[in-house]
Write a protein that binds this ligand. Structure first.
Ligand SMILES: [Zn+2]
Length: 316
């Protein structure tokens, strides 16, 4: 898995030249994107890791926090980690070491402020009928948007499930995280054995509520799925303008956001597909005139759209 993650990181980091010949050409693309958003009656947003990268939250590439003096330095010293994914997918020698890193990782994402592009998007969508589907597990979407309007497809690091799972329950991770980090202090990388989170029903170790082969698609997940499907169904049947807005979706799970968005746009004349992505230039050809790709940093694009539409970022 870590090898796959490495390849994915290379893919994300592949150097791309801007497809725009001039600043004016880029600004025209952002203006067109703003116009599409303004015109939409319904917005279905699909958010991938590029959106969090645009906030400076990079889970796939080396980050300064692992360097000398950084809050995660001890994990680099102990295990050689340079990226958050190195730590998450590492095969640890003990559960104590694994949960020591998980505690630090959850604390890292939960203590990060909601990024400006997320708050700007929340502002841009505030007066629209909208729904947000994400493959990110870093909690940014959960914290930026109303709970009834999100589908956390791959789960959320801030929650724990039974690792079997024996039951349809989720537990907030914050209690474990606080106790483990307090006990570990500044220097340790292992959580104390007695603090490892265990399922109160069966006694098995818990697991982060993040997609793997035992991921719990339980009642919360199913409820989010149903709301999403109902929203999309109603939007497409309404005859109003439906904008499928894809932000920072990489190549790992095309079947969750990208391909369904293409499919629904292709089959509905009232739908339009707008993609903002630093690493993708080509338009999906089957969508003809009903697609636009803005190939740029999402943070610049949300800045530009907010300025053009006179929208302020939401407080979170
Ligand atoms: Zn259990």
């Amino acid at each position: 898995m870590s090898r796959l993650m490495g390849l994915y990181a290379q893919h994300l980091g592949a150097e791309q030249r801007s497809p725009y010949a001039s600043r004016g050409e880029y600004e025209a693309a952002v203006a067109r994107a703003a116009e599409l958003l303004e015109r939409a009656d319904y917005v279905v947003a699909g958010i991938g890791s590029g959106m969090s990268s645009a906030c400076g939250y990079d889970h796939y590439h080396p980050i300064r926090d692992f360097e000398e003096g950084g809050r995660l330095e001890r994990f680099r010293r102990a295990h050689g980690f340079e990226t958050l994914m190195d730590g998450y997918y590492h095969l640890y020698a003990s559960n104590e070491e694994r949960w020591g890193f998980i505690a630090a990782y959850v604390d890292y994402v939960e203590s990060a402020p909601v990024g400006r592009p997320y708050r700007q998007l929340a502002g841009l969508l505030a007066k629209k009928e909208h729904f947000v589907l994400t493959t990110n597990v870093d909690g940014q979407v959960r914290r930026a948007f109303a709970p009834g309007r999100t589908w956390l497809f791959q789960g959320d690091l801030a929650f724990l499930q039974c690792s079997q799972p024996c039951c349809d329950e989720l537990w907030p991770a914050d209690g474990f995280v606080r106790r483990a980090l307090d006990a570990m202090g500044e220097g340790h990388v292992s959580a104390p054995s007695e603090l490892l989170p265990r399922c109160p029903r069966c006694g098995w170790l818990m697991a982060p509520w993040v997609r793997d082969e035992t991921f719990l698609e339980g009642s919360l997940w199913q409820e989010q799925r149903k709301r999403y499907e109902a929203f999309v169904g109603e939007a497409l049947a309404s005859g109003g303008c439906v904008l499928f807005l894809e932000l920072g979706v990489g190549g790992m799970t095309p079947g969750v956001i990208e391909l369904p968005f293409w499919d629904m746009t292709a089959h509905n004349d009232n739908a339009f597909y707008l993609r903002v992505n630093l690493g993708k230039i080509d338009e999906p050809r089957q969508l003809g005139e009903r697609s636009l790709t803005v190939c740029a940093d999402i943070a610049d694009v949300t800045d530009g759209m907010c300025a053009l539409l006179g929208v302020r970022e939401e407080e979170r």
